[in-house]
Design a protein around this ligand. Sequence first.
Ligand SMILES: C[S@@+](CC[C@H](N)C(=O)[O-])C[C@H]1O[C@@H](n2cnc3c(N)ncnc32)[C@H](O)[C@@H]1O
Length: 355
Amino acid sequence: MPVRVKHKFHPLPTVRDLIKMYKIRAEKQLAQNFLLCTKTNRRIVNAAGKIKNNYIFEVGPGPGGITRAILEKNVIGLTVVEKDKRFLPGLELIKDTAKHTEMEIFIGDILSFNMNQRFPDELKEQWEDGLPKIKILGNLPFNISTGLILKWLEDISNQNGAWSYGRVPLTLTFQKEVAQRLAAPINSKFRSRLSVMSQYLCDVNHVYNIPAEKFRPKPEVDAGVVNFVPKVEPLIKQPYPLVEKVVRHVFHYRQKRCQKSISTLFPPDQTVEYTQEMIRAAEIDDRARPFQLAIEQYAQLCEKYSEICQHDPLLRDYDYRSPSSAAMRREFRHRKREEMLGVRDEQASTQEQHL
Ligand SMILES: C[S@@+](CC[C@H](N)C(=O)[O-])C[C@H]1O[C@@H](n2cnc3c(N)ncnc32)[C@H](O)[C@@H]1O
């Protein structure tokens, strides 16, 4: 349906006016918290570094505050992907004012958006060369931000999608605590699965925080802006799904000794032997907790796990939480109990014979 634009706002309505003009109410299920202040939007764009003559990909432009700040920088191209079609007319207005920039608007879900062939071929760089003139930016919807960054980290590890163009950096907002976890160093109280997964593939920098008051409507927590620059050489060389499995299991009991969580990778009858092998390979101290391990130790754990799985391929599909594994554990405990009772009976009958 064609959109009637009231031209009392000239030349381009402010973000606030656009929201009023199209009577847009924030949708909670799309995690819509808008940034209406020009200074705040420019600061996010500045956090991405020099973007003049770059091609930018923006996630969730909404009413277009960050989009405008990007366009001020004379970028050569801009693709935006927004799920909520109510923003299309406003984004079209912004596009009309973008004289020097090729802008494309997609209404769709970023989680299934294909970034292969999204950018001009001439921007491609070899992975080990400098960074390509492409950047990904966005004030992410909080409800998908963790899933999205994990998906993109997998693409980075496979040099797929946007990363088939080289080491494309990202500047994204997260809930402050997620930002702290992404960038947390070893021993930090925020060190988690996300820290290891992001830092083995990227240089991660939690640049600054945006107070909740800056958003409309105000979210419950502050936000953090995080920069990611893919590393030339990942610190862990194993395939992403294997790394993800090992790191997820090791952080299963964050506050307990690593031994306990590493053991969840193996069926009960092989636990002791393989857990010990893993711990020896990564030179893990007996008392160490998952957040006290260096990424190099996670790398050694992954190497050892891969080696064990090559030797025993069925282990690859072993899942601690699946019903069949739970049944296996129950059966194992039962057998052990029976064995112990058997030993006790034997001891008792030997004692009787001696009497
Ligand atoms: C936190 S708001 C940011 C809006 C705007 N960039 C700003 O800073 O004011 C997140 C935006 O992402 C959009 N969004 C939510 N889920 C999405 C998805 N799966 N794919 C693409 N956009 C999505 C929302 O509609 C919303 O416009």
